[in-house]
Every structure is written in C-alpha cells, then in structure tokens.
Design a protein around this ligand. Structure first.
Ligand code: 3H9
Length: 730
C-alpha cells in the first residue's frame, strides 16, 4: 500500500479501508493536531492506520484505558504489517483518549487465550525495517509499556508516566518487560520499578533512558521525532540487543535488594518472582531470559495469589459504585471541613484534608487540649519532612490550612463537619444537637464513631438526612480505609459527598449500613471472643498472635490490643476483674504505652517478649472459671480466629449491611492489613471451600457453642447453590 502524498485528501480506499475527511467525528481529545491526516484504515474495532505524509500512524482507541484486548493486539499486528509494506518512512504508535495503553486486558485473564499473542505484534514492531516511535501520554503501564519497549524510540508528554504494575496483580511483566526494562534502565532501577509496581514520571524516565525525549504536542512531537530519526539516520535500536547497562551489575545487588524489601513484601510471591526475572536478564542471554520469564509468569498466573490480587483490583473499583444512587446525584463541593476533637483521631483526620489542600477548622473544648493536639499534628508533619516525605515548606503550608478554635460556632463556615470525640452516645447526641443549631443548611454532619448507631445520633438533629458515619481507621492520616455509614434517613447527597471526599483525600471508601461495629469491627469482635477464650483454654497470647502473623496479618489480637492501649474504655472505678484485659489493667499493665501489656516491651527497641506474670494471671483466672487447660493446635487457633469472622461477614451480607462480598474484603484489606494475596476474608473462605468452612463452623458450634458460631444461613445457601461469598451482591 502506498502512503498518500501530504495534500491528497481522500485517496482510493481498498475494500477494508474507510475514507475519512479531516473533521471526521471521532473522539480526539488530546491527540489530533495535525490538519491533514489523509486516509484511514480501520484494522480492528479499536485500531486504525493513518498516514500523515510519509509517516504511518497506528492509532489505538479502546476506552477507557486502551487495554490490550485481543482486537487491539490484532490491530497492532496488522497495522505493523501494513505500515511496513507501505512506503511510509517511519511509524508512530499513538493512543486516543486519556492514556497510552495501560496494560493487558485483565478481564481476559480468566478466559482461554485469544490469538494473536501480544508477542507477535511486539516482534513485528521490534524487527520492523522502519523507525517505530511510541508516543506516550497518560500512563504507559504493564503490557502497554512492554509494547513501547519494542519501539525503536519512545517520546512522551511531560505529564506521562511509566510503570510495570503487574506485581500488584500478583504477576510479573510477562510480555518481555522483565528482560527489556533492565536492559534500558539498569538492573537496580528495574528491580525498584518491578517490585513496587509504582510508575515513574516522564522526567525520571528520560533520566534513566526509558524514553528518548519529552515532547510538547503529543502527535506532532512524535511525528517530528520520527522524521528526524529518518533524516538523521538514527539506528533502529532494539532493546533486546543492548547489554551495556547490565554489564557491571554488582553480584551482591540481588541479595541486598531482597533483604531491603523482605518486610514490606512478606508473604507475597510476585515480588520474588520479579527479582528472579531481573537476575535472569543479567545472567542469561535475551532469549533464555524470555523463556525464564514465561515459565515464572505461567507459575504465578496459575496460583491463587494472582487471582486474589486481580479480584482485589476490581473489588476496590466496584466498592465505589452504589446501586440505587442516581447517576446525577451531586456531591457537595467541600470548601472547608470542620473536625471536632483534636485528639489522635481528630488530628489525623484533619491532616488528611490539609494534605489534599482543603482548609480545616479543628475545634477542641479548651485552649490547652487544642494546643496539644495541633502540636502533635505539627510534629507528625515534621517527622515526615525529616524522613524526606515532604518539604519543610509543605509542613508550613499544610499547618497553614488548619485553623484551631475552641468555638463550635466556627463550624458555621464548614460544608462537612466530622465529629471525632470519644465513644459515648450521650456525648455524641448532645454534640449533634449543637451542630444542628450551628451548621449551615445543606452541610453534611458526620460522626467518626467506630461502632455506635448512626440513626440514634441522627435523631438528635432536625436533619437526619444530613447525618452520616465516616469511620476512619487509626492512624487516620495513614490508613486508607474509610467506612461510610448510611443511616435510615441519610440523603443521597450526603452519601455522594462522603464517598467523593473520601476519594479526594486518598482513602478507599466503602459504603455500609448501620449495625454495631459496622463491617470491620463487627467481624473483629467475633475474632476477639474466640482469641480471649483460647488463651484461657491454654494457648499463649504470643502463640495466637504468631499464628495470625504467619497467616499474613500484620499482628495478632493481643499485640494489637497492646498497641491501641489496654485501658481504652477501661474505668478503674468500675473494673470488676471479669476479663483478662481488666485483670491486666488492674495490675498496672496498659500496653505499649507503659511498656507492659500482654507482653513486656523493651524501652529502647520496643521489642516485645511474652511475660510469665501475664501467663500466671491468665492461668489463675482460668482456674477460677473452672476452665481445663489443654494444648491447642495452630490449625485450631487459625480456624477459631478466622471462621467466626467469615460467618459474621456472611451475616453482615445477608442483612444487607454490606452491598457486596467484595466490599467486606476491601474493608479488611485496607482497614486491618488482611493479606491482599488471599483476597480478603470472603475470597479466602471461597478458596478454602464454603463446604469445608460450613463443616468447621458447625463443628465449633456443637463443641464450643455461642451465638457467633451459629452458622449464617447465607453460607448454607451458597453451599447448596454452589455460590460464593466474594461474588455475592445484594
Ligand atoms: C499486564 O499488562 C500483563 C502483561 O505484562 C503481560 C501480558 C501478556 N484491563 O482505574 P480506573 C478498567 S497486567 C481491564 O477507575 P483511573 C477499570 O476496571 C495489566 N480493565 O481509572 C475501570 O472499569 P470500570 C497491567 C481495566 O483513571 C476503568 O478501566 N496494568 C484495566 O483512575 C477505569 O479504571 C495495570 O495493572 C485493565 N488493564 O486509572 C493497570 N485497567 O469503570 C491497571 C483499568 O468498569 N489500571 N480497567 O470500573 C490502572 O492502574 C488504572 O486503571 C489507570 C487509570 C491508572 C490506568
């Protein structure tokens, strides 16, 4: 096929060609700036071939993120073949819409592979006898970046980003990325990018050689670069042939790198597999490295971890969709947020808003508490600045967005007010009564309660439709989880506002209904009951904690209680020696804060050691209760901690408190550090098998008993229907 001359407008089209005039009504949000595109061949439903004079343009348009669905792969392959056969001098690969190709189409992973393979299209690019230039805007991610790495040159606009995020899906870049990236950036940078999955900026990409130029106008810049490549006879660079950046890779690099990421990646398979691939890039030739990559990719793809992580990718996005909430529902534009309470929670919540550039008014009952609270916020920021996380100017600008006050009247100027005082219903009701008097009409009134009844709190106001729960998790400035709790009368606007602002401040919001403890804490309470029972029956607290840590949780229930403080909600005057926790508090053990809780803590290192005194207190209490102590296996500990949670999760679902099973998983992964590679409690139970789970719950119901062991009818129904908790939707 011949490339038409620059001024030819509608040349003869072949049977597969569709002629388009310059102003053809196609979506060209960012890319169309060349006035004389002359003809176009639609290669597949999402890829077309055009010619701009002597430059062939392969254009991908597969909304929303130009994922590499089979028709895109087909179009790329055909486009490369036709462009090479044409008399175009060079080829530009470009995408329409908001981004360059953002990776393989994850929805295709669960089905049988559909031809052509991505590698066929990549080979056609890399081996092309003409210059191929990839033009990047938005995000070149995963398979998208791997396609760009097969071009001879890459150019991108200043806002473009580059990454191999496969590790976050429990995978590795399986389209040659593991062998090409290290060859172009060096092994160290590739290890960093592949094991974190985080993208780098265009500036960084230019600095490490990943791209060749930053351009202003995406399409024209890429075309100009391609013409220059031809006129200056730039070499047809194939990354696969380049080894210069790998030559002096120190042998110690890999072990040092593994040690550096060990803590963060504990339990995950994919980071280690990615490291092995970079080792292969350094130690083997390209083809052998590619084979190793494919072998490891297949291994990961077969395993449960990647299925769990892919499930989580869609779960997080599904949680943002609220059935029944009309699409046109407008969320309130929050210009200023009010926070009541400058304690640990209130201060942390205020930081989220300041971090997102939203002014905050924080109110405390007296000047001293206010000053103390603001001091803690400042020192948190200063600690982050000392570690290099933000600049000292950022500290000042963020503190500048937080105004302290002791007058609740100042909330009159706020669009959203979040109450963060301690958990006492009467106190909260009196506060909401006052907020009702003070706050502007239309403002959203939120409570950060972690368990209390939002409907009762709302009943203290004349506008229950404006009242909603926004449960942040501690430390509120760090944890991503936000439970948004809808009361019976909460308005659509209040829901939309809480969800939208949650996203704006970088949280993962999940909507749920009212019940004691909502989704997360209600399930946690059930685990707490069994954990407490097991230490009386003979399991040491450190053993229970170790079993859950080995399962993948960041810590077990006793270490968690010590961290939070054993005296939360404990009152010396009413303490009645009726639980181990009360007994520990009565004997002066407050948790990490005074170095003594379920464990004793080294004052310098904060390392914990089991304490014989605690063991003695537990034994004595068990004797008093007439409990016979025995050896409890790790398996029993795991089952008795996790199955009551699964059971409660199912009850939460069947009561309609959570919208979907996957929402429960999002809460537990983000709120409590449930290991993502198991997918969350609902997905995990599905992988164990609901029949097995049901049998074990019934076993404990008959041997141990208690309301929390009475099996959820939903589990029984799913067992008989062959359904699953993770895909269950109300
Ligand atoms: C890979 O490439 C493997 C290769 O190495 C080997 C191959 C052989 N597929 O996030 P958003 C959907 S693995 C299918 O809200 P944003 C998403 O579900 C892949 N669908 O937008 C959502 O759907 P809905 C490596 C995808 O602007 C909609 O697009 N790549 C994919 O906030 C909008 O998404 C990645 O892991 C996909 N790959 O963020 C990149 N990506 O509207 C994954 C998105 O129905 N993607 N969707 O809810 C992202 O990180 C973000 O989507 C992105 C845009 C940053 C691109």
């Amino acid at each position: 096929m011949a490339a038409p001359s620059e001024f030819e407008t509608l040349p003869q089209c072949g049977e597969d060609q569709i002629g388009f005039a310059v102003d053809a009504p196609l979506d060209r949000t960012l890319v169309r700036s060349v006035p004389y595109v002359v003809h176009m061949t639609q290669l597949s439903q999402s890829v077309q071939l055009e010619f701009d004079g002597d430059i062939a343009i392969i254009r991908v348009d597969n909304p929303p993120v130009n994922a590499l669905s089979h028709h895109v792969r087909q179009g790329l392959l055909d486009g490369m073949k036709q462009a090479e056969e044409s008399d175009a001098a060079a080829i530009v690969l470009i995408c329409d819409g908001r981004t360059f190709i953002a990776g393989a189409d994850i929805t295709e992973f669960s089905g049988p592979p559909q031809p052509p393979s991505l590698q066929e299209a990549q080979d056609a690019m890399e081996n092309c006898s003409k210059h191929v230039v990839a033009a990047v805007h938005g995000t070149a991610l995963g398979g998208g970046l791997e396609v760009a790495l097969c071009a001879h040159y890459r150019v991108g606009v200043a806002s473009s980003q580059y990454g191999l995020p496969e590790v976050k899906l429990g995978l590795l870049p399986g389209a040659g990325g593991t062998q090409r990236l290290p060859r172009i950036t060096g092994a160290s940078k590739a290890l960093e990018m592949m094991t974190s999955g985080d993208p780098i900026s265009a500036d960084e990409a230019l600095a490490c050689g990943l791209i060749d130029e930053i351009i202003e106008d995406l399409e024209q810049g890429a075309i100009d670069f391609a013409r220059r490549a031809v006129s200056e006879k730039m070499p047809l660079l194939r990354i696969r042939d380049r080894n210069e950046k790998l030559a002096d890779t120190p042998t110690s690099l890999f072990e040092d790198f593994r040690a550096g990421i060990a803590r963060k990646t504990r339990g995950f398979l994919a980071p280690e597999y990615n490291v092995r691939c970079v080792e292969a890039a350094v130690g083997l030739d390209f083809e052998a490295g590619l084979e190793r990559e494919q072998e490891l990719f297949r291994d990961l793809m077969k395993g449960t971890q990647s299925k769990a992580q892919q499930y989580y990718f869609f779960a997080e996005r599904a949680a943002l969709k609220i059935p029944g909430l009309p699409k046109e529902t407008k969320s309130l534009d929050v210009h200023r947020c009010g926070v009541l309470g400058a304690g640990t929670m209130g201060g942390g919540i205020a930081m989220n808003f300041a971090n997102a550039g939203i002014p905050v008014t924080i109110v405390e009952r007296d000047a001293e508490s206010l000053e103390r609270g603001l001091g803690i916020v400042r020192s948190n920021y200063e600690r982050t600045a000392a570690r290099g996380g933000i600049s000292s100017d950022d500290v000042e600008s963020r503190m500048g967005l937080i105004s302290g006050s002791t007058d609740m009247g100042d909330f009159a100027e706020c669009d959203l007010i979040i109450e963060a005082v301690f958990e006492n219903m009467e106190l909260k009701k009196s506060i909401f009564e006052q907020l009702d008097q003070i706050c502007a009409e239309g403002a959203v009134l939120a409570s950060n309660t972690s368990a209390l009844d939002i409907n009762e709190i709302a009943s203290a106001t004349s506008r229950p439709d404006a009242v909603i729960g926004m449960h942040f998790f501690s430390p509120a400035n760090v944890m991503k989880m936000l439970e948004v709790v809808r009361g019976d009368e909460t308005s659509d606007t209040a829901i939309a506002t809480a969800m939208a602002i949650g996203r704006r401040i970088g949280k993962t919001p999940v909507l749920c209904g009212v019940c004691h403890g909502f989704v997360g804490n209600r399930m946690l309470f059930m685990r707490g009951i069994e954990a407490e029972k097991m230490i009386l029956e003979g399991a040491a607290p450190s053993r229970v904690d170790r079993v859950l840590f080995d399962f993948g949780l960041p810590m077990g229930p006793f270490a968690m209680s010590d961290l939070a403080g054993l005296d939360i909600g404990w009152d010396e005057t009413t303490s009645s020696s009726s639980t181990v926790r009360e007994l520990l508090c009565e004997s002066g053990r407050r948790g990490q804060k005074n170095g003594r809780g379920y464990y004793t803590y080294d004052p310098d290192t904060r390392a914990s050691t089991p304490d014989p005194e605690v063991e003695e207190i537990i034994k004595r209490f068990a004797d008093q209760q007439g409990i016979t102590r025995r050896e409890i296996s790790d398996q029993e500990i795991l089952e008795r901690c996790l199955y009551p949670m699964v059971n409660e999760g199912a009850k939460i679902l069947s009561e309609g408190i959570a919208i979907r099973g996957s929402d429960v998983d999002v809460v537990w992964i983000n709120g409590y550090g449930w290991p993502m590679y198991t997918g969350g409690p609902m997905f995990w139970a599905d992988t164990v098998g609901l029949k097995e789970v049901a049998e074990r719950i019934n076993h404990y119901a008959s041997t141990i008993g208690g309301e929390h062991w009475s099996i959820s009818p939903l589990i029984e129904q799913l067992v008989s229907d062959g359904g699953s908790l993770s895909t269950y939707t109300n």
